[in-house]
Design a binder for this molecule. Structure first.
Ligand code: AGP
Length: 614
């Protein structure tokens, strides 16, 4: 899941490409490169490391020209080094006729590599991508333009791609093609842009068109054309991106993750904006594309998602079963898409995705639709593939999320799932009173989140100092808080590289309690609730074995505070909305631990923000 940017127009391409890569660096950051058509030839600059390393190389050896492509990489084939960095050149005996950048996986690259080698092409890298460059160069050899050569080369590829191509033989032209990996074009005055994500284009134009699978685009400074491999010439839908300019700025915070944690009072409010119906004590969604009658017929809900979105779906399971008394299953999308799970016509399938581009979640969506099921999506990124292909859905409205470790999207997902549970419940047996109480509960959250963010720093720091030297940490929660414990563990793993596991608290006695010692801190997610007394006993069991106890609990809960080494209080709110608060100290804890360990918080090793390969 790399980041691609292309440009052709009136300005110098290099600064536009590098600025775009900076905005897409969350997609992959182990190496970066540019290729620019310059004085009749293609000039390539590429380096292992961050975009800033590439920028330094360009400062030393600038590449002039107003047409180019660029790439920031998340390695799939071949380690991160200068040779495997993109762009890759294609042509016999290094003729360098074509430069290619690619996001995706070419599954038949080994066969093509052998065939092209036999045909006199020399491979310089270990990547799957280089075969694309040589294939296009071979097709270009047959005369006519780059656009046609790319269209002839693509059917020979098996796998997924979002790619961009230039050649000195077709100056001013950038060719893009999409099959499985996202690509969007930006329409400017005398200039056109291509990118994996509209974030890279936003500073230049609000007019975009999202490429569909099977489409190839030719961009010139003043025109563009799109062709589909079966449907021929395409007139695209032009969308507008309406991000606030500072949406992807750090806004004075040290890291995007911290900025996004602090945005949550506003983003939870935005996720609920215009969706609360006090008069009917319910929630309303404008984009489900299902009538109340169709929703009443639903007898089962299936959620499919990955990572943090999967944890949010798990909170949704508890809430929908509690408020709507509907059976819910939460599936790992990567498993669900290949398992032959029986789905009858009274089953409602939802996929959840912040980015809207996660390959496994997209695969689950397509598999469910292929079986003829209306498949809805809870998604953040407007214009993303999942948002466009779902039969209906709910947007999170929490703005672009840049930090690789998802935070504000999780609370926005849980807020939306709480509203969905109220909506489905009120279509069944949830009383007016209980519905209204639930609505008032979620309305209290933005202020309560502000309190958590304002108050918890000293205790979080103390807890972080306890956890930073640990090799392993256990996160424990009961009921709605079990998924929150899983999410806390994931955050710590992702950005501090400490091994951590989340468990249902009562499950400890069945094995994990063997891990308890002075070196293995236990983080309990234990706000007051119906099962509180049981949780207190479980805390005592760990204390009896000299475990370090860090507890997230309801402020004023002395029974828990008195038996904890460190107490992380949250305001006293109704149980059904506690997950929205209880996760925040865990987000801040992971952040502080990673800070103490000197980790790269916004770009943790081996990860990328949207996982567009399987
Ligand atoms: C979470 O912090 C991670 N970035 C990752 O687990 C993420 O949640 C997962 O890849 C799913 O992403 P999505 O919501 O964009 O589909």
């Amino acid at each position: 899941m790399c980041g691609i940017v292309g440009y052709t127009g009136v300005h110098e391409a290099s600064p536009v490409l590098v600025a775009g890569l900076r905005r897409l660096e969350y997609r992959g950051y182990d190496s970066a490169g540019v290729a620019i058509v310059s004085e009749g030839r293609v000039v390539v600059r590429k380096r292992a490391g961050r975009v800033r390393t590439l920028e330094e190389a360009l400062d030393q050896e600038p590449a002039a020209g107003s047409c180019g492509i660029s790439h920031t990489r998340w390695a799939t084939h071949g380690p991160a080094n200068d040779r495997n960095a993109h762009p890759h050149m294609g042509g016999r005996a290094g003729a360098g006729a074509v430069a290619v950048v690619h996001n995706g996986v070419i599954e038949n690259h080994a066969t093509l590599r052998a065939e092209l080698t036999a045909d006199g092409f020399t491979f310089l890298s270990q990547t799957d991508t280089e075969v694309i460059a040589h294939l296009i160069a071979r097709e270009l050899g047959d005369g006519d333009g780059l656009f046609q050569a790319v269209q002839r080369a693509l059917p020979q590829l098996e796998g997924t791609y979002g790619l961009a191509v230039i050649s000195a033989r077709c100056p001013g032209q950038v060719i893009g093609a999409r099959l499985g990996s996202p690509l969007v074009i930006g329409l400017g005055e005398g200039e056109h842009f291509l990118a994996s994500d509209a974030l890279a284009i936003a500073p230049h134009t609000a007019k975009v068109a999202y490429l569909q699978d099977g489409e190839v685009v030719r961009l010139g400074p003043d025109d563009f054309e799109i062709r589909h491999r079966e449907r021929g010439s395409i007139t695209p839908r032009i969308d507008r991106i309406d991000w606030k300019p500072d949406a992807v700025e750090l806004g004075g915070h040290a890291h995007y993750m911290l900025k996004e944690i602090h945005e949550q009072p506003e983003t939870v409010h935005d996720a609920c904006r215009g969706r609360l119906r006090h008069a009917e004590a319910t929630a309303h969604f404008g984009g489900l594309n299902m009538t109340p009658r169709q929703l009443r017929r639903v007898r089962r809900v299936v959620f499919a998602a990955c990572g943090t979105s999967w944890h949010a779906a798990l909170v949704g399971e508890y809430l929908i079963e509690r408020l709507a008394h509907l059976p819910v299953e939460v599936e790992y999308a990567s498993e669900f898409r290949y398992r032959n799970a029986p789905l009858d016509d009274r089953t409602l399938v939802f996929v959840l995705s912040q980015s809207g581009e996660t390959a496994d979640t997209l695969g689950a969506l397509r598999e469910s639709k292929r079986q003829g099921h209306p498949t809805l999506a809870i998604v953040n990124t407007v214009g993303s593939t999942i948002a466009r292909e779902a039969t209906g859905g709910i947007f999170l409205h929490c703005g672009p999320e840049v930090g690789v470790a998802s935070t504000k999207a999780f609370t926005a997902q849980v807020a939306v799932l709480t509203l969905l549970a109220i909506h489905l419940g009120r279509l069944r047996h949830l009383s007016f009173t209980d519905g209204l109480a639930a609505i008032e509960a979620i309305e209290s959250i933005p202020r309560a989140l502000g309190d958590v963010l304002a108050k918890s720093e000293p205790a979080i720091r103390a807890a972080a100092e306890r956890i930073a030297p640990a090799k392993s940490v256990l996160y424990l929660g009961r009921d709605l808080h079990f998924p929150v414990a899983l999410e806390g563990a994931l955050k710590l793993k992702e950005i501090s590289y400490i091994h951590a596991e989340g468990y249902p608290t009562a499950e400890m006695k069945h094995g994990p309690i063997a891990l308890v010692d002075r070196e293995t801190p236990c983080v309990f997610v234990a706000p007051r609730g119906v099962l509180h007394a049981k949780t207190l006993s479980n805390v005592e069991e760990v204390r009896a074995r000299h475990g370090t106890i860090i507890a997230v609990g309801t402020e004023g809960d002395e029974s828990l505070e008195s038996i904890s080494d460190i107490f992380l209080p949250i305001p006293d709110v109704p149980e059904i909305v506690q997950p929205l608060l209880a996760v925040v100290p865990l987000q801040l804890l992971a952040y502080q631990v990673a800070l103490l360990r000197g980790c790269d918080i916004d770009k943790p090793r081996n990860l990328a923000k949207s996982v567009t390969v399987e």
